[in-house]
Design a protein around this ligand. Sequence first.
Ligand code: ZN
Length: 331
Amino acid sequence: MPLVPMKQVLDEAERGGYGVGAFNVNNMEQLQAIMRAAQEADSPVIVQASRGALRYTNLVYLRQLMQAAVEDNPEIKIVMHLDHGNDLEVVQQAIDLGFTSVMIDGSLEPDGKTPRGFESNVEITRRAVEIAHPYGVTVEGELGTLGGIEEHVQASRVILTDPEEAVQFVQQTGVDALAVAIGTSHGAYKFQVTPTLAIDRVEKIHALAPDVRLVMHGSSSVPQELIADINRYGGKMPNAMGVPVEAIQDGIRRGIRKINVDTDTRLAATATIRKIFHEDPSVFDPREYLGPARDAIYRVVKARMESFGSAGHNADYAPMTLEDAKRAYAR
Ligand SMILES: [Zn+2]
């Protein structure tokens, strides 16, 4: 089946009361791992690419990888989503590449650090909606800022999402999905101690704006066994810490429908490759370490699909096309 608009996948998740993982890709092994997990878990899946991924893959390769995923998994509902688009040009670029969903991150200025004012965020997000909806493409916005470091996303301070503002933001922009800041942060070093998230805000926003699908960024769990392996086999990642899966599940119970996971799959690959190099220094065929790294990514993704509750839900509904979504927006 062709790629599915993200709005449908998240609306179905809302109906079913589960969350859908959004996993970042930059290369073939990551995408194969994600698709194998979706197959085996019988789960819809959101595959997302950052601006860094667009550059890394030179666009052409990414487009063909997406096609390969679709061709190889005709029965799986796959969304292709732009993660943290920072201007309207990249939004258009993603749409032209065939993405079925885009994020415009208007929470920060183009420098990727300075929080942007509310009005300015509304303005750029509304324009992204005007560009994307005529194609049937879903739009995710962001209100409030996350801490931490992601590619080009480095907020200098954390501003939690205000529920009343969120309602206005959704009304004024027409976004389909909204990334909320509730105390999570990007990267592998999210917290010094076990975090308390402002999870009650999710419940409030969900109650006040029931038609927008809520998104949690910075939601890798940073499994300690992977950190231990990385450190044991020559890596250096002291005090890495993430969001416990239980905290995410609590968020899902209160209305989170999309959960971004990037760091965890990176950690899985790195831990595996470090271990192989440590145990057998004679290895030099990339298949001998990229293959096991792919297996490790698959295991993390499948576990997340199970704990977020999307496993077993792939066949619940018939897929929408972008044409269907286009008509729905036009009404
Ligand atoms: Zn993010």
